[in-house]
Design a protein around this ligand. Structure first.
Ligand SMILES: [Zn+2]
Length: 443
C-alpha cells in the first residue's frame, strides 16, 4: 500500500480558482497524491508518518514557469563588461558563459538551484537550458539532478543558430532525444518541451525543422518572445515580421507552448497570442534587471492570454517574484490598484493550469487527487486570514515568511528547515564553488 502521511492541524490555503482558507485542518497524503482533507482529527489512521503543521500555513508546492538552472554559477561573477542594452547583456555575459559550461557544471548548477527551490517551497520548475559547448546529454545530466532532489521539472534545450550549424543540429537532437526518453509520462518527476532560444537567433529553416520535430514528438515549445525591443527590430529588419508573427506562422505558439516575456508585443501580436493559446511566462524581476520594460499583464489578460509567472533564474522564491511583479505592474499601468488579480492569478491559477497540463494530473492546488506537493510556512496571521483575504496575506505576509517543510510527490524533502540528509547541501555547494571557480577562470 502507498505510504500514508498525515499533515496535522495547519491552516490550508488551497490556491486555484476558488482559493479557500481551511483553518485547523488535516491533510492526508497517499503515495504521490493528496487523498483527503478534513477538520483536524477527522481523518482515520493508521499513518506511516505525521508532519506537524500547527501554527503554520500549508500551501501547495509553488511553480516556476520559466527558469534557467545554468545561471546559478554566475552569482557574484564580476568579470562581465558593462552592458548598455539587452543585446550587450547577452553578448557580454550569457553567451560567453553558456559556451564554457561543461556537463559537470550543468548538473551541479541544476542541483544547486533545485536545493534552493526546496528551501523556498518551489516544487515544480520549467527550465530552459543552454550549454552550446556541451549539448549532447545535457538534459540527462539535469534530469539526474532532478531525480536526486525529488522535485518536478520540465526540461528543454534552447536551439539557436548563434553558435553555428553543428550546435543547431545538436540542439534539435538533444530536445528530441530527451522528449523521447520521457514519453509516456511514467516518471512523474520529469516532462519535456521543445526549446528554442528566440526568433532573432533562429533562421526560418531551423524554425521549420523544430516545428516538424515538435509535431512528430507531440510536445509544445518553450521560447523567449519579444523580451527586448531588439528582438522585434531584428525580426522586422531580416524577415519583415514581428517575432510573434514568425513563431505563430509555424505553429510554435499553440496552447501547449510557453512564450517567455512578451514585453514588446503590439496589438496584432496580442491577438495572435490569444488565438494560438500559448502560455505567457511573465518574469518581472528579470525584465526590471535587464531594463527591457514591463509586460502589460493586465492588457494580455484582458485579451484572453494566459499569463503565468517565472523567475528567469533571478530567484527560486515565487512569493518574492509575485510581490515585485505587482509593484512593477502598478508602475506599468501607472495605477497603484491595478494588476492585483492578474499577478496573484498568474501564480495561484495560471501556473497550476500550466503544470497540470504538462504533467497530465492536477499539480499546484490543495484538493483530493492533486499532486502531494506542499510548502509549509511559519506564519501567525496578525489580521483575519480567510477566503477573501488569502491573496493579500500571500503577497504582503506569506512572501516574508520562512518555509519550514517542503514535500514533493509525497516525499518529505525538508522538515523543520532541515533538508533531507540524502540531499547533502554542504557537499553540493562545495562542489559548485569549485566548479564555478574553474568556470570563471575560463570565462
Ligand atoms: Zn529566460
Amino acid at each position: 500500500m502507498a505510504p500514508r502521511t498525515l499533515v496535522r492541524g495547519g491552516t490550508l490555503l488551497t490556491l486555484g480558482p476558488a482559493c479557500r482558507v481551511l483553518e485547523d485542518h488535516d491533510l492526508l497524503l497517499e503515495g504521490d497524491r493528496i487523498a483527503r482533507m478534513g477538520p483536524s482529527g477527522s481523518l482515520p489512521g493508521p499513518f506511516d508518518q505525521t508532519l506537524d503543521a500547527r501554527g503554520k500555513v500549508v500551501l501547495p508546492g509553488l511553480i516556476n514557469a520559466h527558469m534557467h538552472f545554468y545561471s546559478t554559477l554566475v552569482r557574484g561573477l564580476g568579470k562581465a563588461a558593462p552592458s548598455k542594452d539587452f543585446q550587450e547583456v547577452l553578448a557580454h555575459l550569457w553567451w560567453r558563459l553558456d559556451r564554457k559550461l561543461s556537463l559537470d557544471d550543468v548538473e551541479v548548477s541544476a542541483e544547486v538551484a533545485l536545493l534552493e527551490a526546496i528551501r523556498k517551497g518551489t516544487t515544480t520548475l520549467v527550465d530552459h537550458h543552454a550549454s552550446p559547448g556541451a549539448v549532447r546529454g545535457s538534459l540527462d545530466r539535469i534530469a539526474r539532478a532532478v531525480r536526486r532532489t525529488g522535485l518536478r521539472a520540465c526540461l528543454c534545450y534552447e536551439v539557436s543558430d548563434r553558435d553555428g550549424e553543428r550546435v543547431t543540429e545538436e540542439g534539435l537532437e538533444e530536445n528530441a532525444a530527451f522528449a523521447r526518453s520521457v514519453r509516456g509520462g511514467g516518471d512523474a518527476q520529469l516532462r519535456a518541451l521543445f526549446g528554442l532560444h528566440a526568433a532573432f537567433t533562429l533562421s526560418d529553416a531551423t524554425l521549420e525543422r523544430a516545428a516538424a520535430l515538435g509535431r512528430e514528438l507531440a510536445v509544445g515549445f518553450h521560447v523567449h518572445v519579444a523580451e527586448a525591443r531588439s528582438d522585434v527590430e531584428v525580426n522586422r529588419a531580416r524577415h519583415g515580421q514581428t517575432p510573434v508573427q514568425r513563431l505563430f506562422a509555424r505553429g510554435l505558439l499553440g496552447k501547449d507552448s510557453i512564450a517567455a516575456h512578451a514585453v514588446h508585443v503590439d496589438r496584432g501580436d496580442v491577438e495572435l497570442l490569444a488565438q494560438g493559446g500559448a502560455f505567457v511566462a511573465h518574469n518581472p524581476q528579470s525584465n526590471l534587471n535587464n531594463a527591457v520594460g514591463i509586460a502589460d499583464v493586465v492588457g494580455l489578460r484582458r485579451a484572453g492570454v494566459p499569463v503565468g509567472l517565472g523567475t528567469d533564474a533571478m530567484t527560486l522564491n515565487m512569493l518574492e517574484e509575485v510581490r515585485v511583479g505587482l509593484w512593477a505592474q502598478h508602475l506599468r499601468q501607472d495605477h497603484p490598484s491595478s494588476g492585483f488579480g492578474e499577478l496573484t492569478g498568474a501564480l495561484t491559477e495560471r501556473n497550476p493550469e500550466l503544470a497540470s497540463r504538462l504533467w497530465g494530473f492536477p499539480v499546484g492546488t490543495l484538493e483530493p487527487g492533486s499532486a502531494a506537493d506542499l510548502a509549509i510556512l511559519d506564519y501567525h496571521p496578525p489580521t483575519p486570514l480567510e477566503d477573501a483575504t488569502a491573496l493579500g496575506h500571500l503577497v504582503f505576509g506569506l512572501s516574508q515568511a520562512v518555509v519550514d517543510t517542503t514535500v514533493c510527490g509525497g516525499r518529505v524533502l525538508m522538515e523543520g528547515k532541515r533538508l533531507h540528509p540524502d540531499l547533502d547541501e554542504e557537499r553540493v555547494m562545495a562542489r559548485s564553488r569549485e566548479l564555478a571557480r574553474r568556470l570563471w577562470e575560463r570565462f
